[in-house]
Design a binder for this molecule. Structure first.
Ligand SMILES: Cc1cc2nc3c(=O)[nH]c(=O)nc-3n(C[C@H](O)[C@H](O)[C@H](O)COP(=O)(O)OP(=O)(O)OC[C@H]3O[C@@H](n4cnc5c(N)ncnc54)[C@H](O)[C@@H]3O)c2cc1C
Length: 392
């Protein structure tokens, strides 16, 4: 394994880093004090500044308007954008669409405009009674001639307040809740309502509304992938997102260690900078060591994804992605806790980066599969493949 970045990768890293430090980080406190609100004009302005950087839609091919980066390159991008709080890094739009299942019409109507930043997507799987177990859904899609009628409720729909279309997962066998199938739906279709805008622990620029779908008529042409394949398509997307979550958690930990270390060296108590006290050194040393371990895990997983050729390779990557997400998300939470402690009372103030990350990183252990679910994936893969296959 070679973890040395190529000159092109270093250039990529530096240009995203510069954007994050010059454009996004200076906005954090203002956005935090506005409970996550970012004016639409500012959002549009930042998107325009981002466009020439060519780092958006990084998982999609150029043929559909993406920027077509390798997994390792995408990890580099996500690590940098993870350094900004309040979800500001999400301004680097990255539509999570598993392209190979999209029809030519869907590519023109949804994928290409999303890759170009002209349309925004959200993804609705979770329901009041279907969370970690997304196989039994109560949102149903019932065949009606050439159309489907979709009814049900979806929770925690991230970016559902700014998106204009949704990829929704439904049961196409309403009697059993099985037959998991995906559909593209324009959010201005009749029968769709936001029923709640819940407040969350973090204050990020996109919300997570609850949606109700009431007999929403959707043409069969909007079915995304075969009937019954929705869950397996979502799993492909989860795998990708888990590696990118791991990368963003590494970025967050990097920033926290950087800022906590700088503060510790300037904060004098009992006549010495607190950085001279071994109890503080332990927190920083443990944090840095854990960050390095998480980075190695994340980059190695991305490398494995880039070189996966067979179905078995991809299954190993699935387990590795679970390990990377599990370890990096839990690592970042520990680092944030140490950082709050190092900043003392300042670390408890919303104007402080450690306070914000302390809250914001908590969800990384919950979404795209909780830490418990990652452990289950890892354990079953271990039983099936053995130790060597998973740590080579
Ligand atoms: C801020 C935020 C944004 C989100 N965005 C989206 C989104 O855009 N789209 C979307 O579809 N969903 C989204 N989600 C939902 C998220 O993916 C789910 O919350 C997550 O998968 C867990 O499901 P749940 O909340 O129903 O918890 P549950 O599945 O009810 O789990 C509750 C607890 O039980 C544990 N548990 C469950 N099963 C097992 C088991 N077999 N063994 C051991 N422990 C178990 C879980 O780990 C957890 O600790 C979002 C959630 C949040 C908080």
């Amino acid at each position: 394994m070679d973890f040395n970045l190529t000159p092109d990768q270093k250039t990529l890293q530096l240009k995203v880093r510069r954007f994050v430090y010059e454009e996004l980080i200076p906005l954090e406190v203002e956005v935090e004090m506005a409970d996550g609100y970012l004016a639409p004009e500012m959002r549009a302005e930042l998107k325009e500044k981002l466009r020439p950087l060519n780092v958006h839609a990084s998982s999609l091919p150029r043929a559909v308007g993406g920027t077509e980066y390798s997994w390792v390159d995408q990890v580099i991008i996500n690590e940098e954008i993870g350094k900004a709080t309040n979800g500001l890094g999400w301004l680097v739009w990255a539509p999570a669409i598993v392209l190979k299942h999209a029809s030519a019409e869907q590519i023109e109507r949804y994928v290409r405009p999303a890759a170009n930043g002209e349309r925004d997507a959200c993804y609705a799987v979770t329901e009041p009674n279907a969370g970690s177990d997304a196989s039994k859904l109560e949102t149903t899609a019932v065949r009606d001639g050439d159309d489907w009628l979709i009814s049900g409720e979806k929770w925690h729909v991230t970016s559902g307040d700014v998106a204009d279309f949704v990829v929704i997962q439904c049961a196409t066998d309403p009697a059993t809740g099985d037959g998991n199938t995906l559909f593209f739906i324009d959010l201005d279709s009749p029968g769709i309502n936001i029923i709640d805008h819940p407040k969350y622990m973090h204050h990020i620029i996109d919300g997570h509304p609850r949606y109700a779908f009431n007999n929403v008529r959707v043409p069969d042409a909007n079915r995304f992938g075969p009937v019954g394949e929705g869950l397996s398509i979502s799993k492909e997307w989860f795998l990708h997102e888990r590696v990118m979550i791991a990368a963003r958690c590494c970025g967050a930990a990097y920033r926290l260690i950087e800022e906590a270390s700088e503060f510790a060296q300037s904060r004098v108590q009992f006549g010495e900078p607190i950085s001279e006290y071994q109890l503080i050194q332990q927190k920083l040393a443990d944090s840095l060591t854990e960050l390095w371990a998480a980075r190695l895990l994340t980059f190695a997983t991305a490398q494995a994804a880039d070189s996966a050729e067979t179905e078995e390779d991809r299954k190993r990557v699935h387990a590795k992605a679970a390990m990377a997400k599990l370890y990096a998300s839990e690592m970042a939470n520990r680092v944030a806790d140490h950082a709050v402690q190092i900043f003392g009372g300042r670390g408890y103030m919303r104007e402080n980066v450690a306070e914000r990350f302390y809250r914001e990183l908590r969800v990384e252990r919950i979404w795209e599969g909780t830490s418990e679910i990652q452990r289950i994936i890892i354990a079953y893969s271990l039983y099936k493949r053995g130790v060597e296959a998973l740590i080579d």
